[in-house]
Design a protein around this ligand. Structure first.
Ligand code: FES
Length: 114
């Protein structure tokens, strides 16, 4: 059975930008943070965790440094493509963000869980 959880409205995510949304993991009760991106109405979600040293990607809650289709981790400057999560420069080049399965449904972004 597939369970869905609404994270935000698609319109909450700026085109070619990023939006922070979270959900409570029912296994441990801890709120997980996601970075949602949208480009030409394609929505992607990544865990809001940098693969370099595990810091959040946003410099303040929900404030991401976006530049030319990339998000930059302000801790040590790693740069990730919004379209794929791939790290293209910085201390963890060649790694990538962890993508989380989401879909847009009736104007809402929903988390898909198996
Ligand atoms: S924690 Fe993101 S670049 Fe170091």
């Amino acid at each position: 059975m597939t369970v869905t959880k609404a994270l935000c409205r698609v319109d909450d995510i700026p085109d070619s930008g990023a939006f922070e949304a979270g959900f409570v993991d029912e296994r441990d009760g801890i709120r997980d943070s996601l970075m949602l991106t949208r480009h030409s109405n394609v929505v992607r979600a990544y865990r809001n965790i940098c693969p370099h040293a595990g810091r959040r990607l946003d410099w303040a809650p929900g404030q991401f440094l976006i530049e030319d289709g990339h998000v930059i981790c302000t801790a040590h400057g790693a740069m990730f493509r919004l379209a794929s999560g791939e790290c293209v420069s910085g201390p963890c080049r060649g790694t990538g963000l962890t993508e989380v399965a989401v879909e847009s449904r009736d104007g809402e972004v929903v988390l898909r869980e198996a």
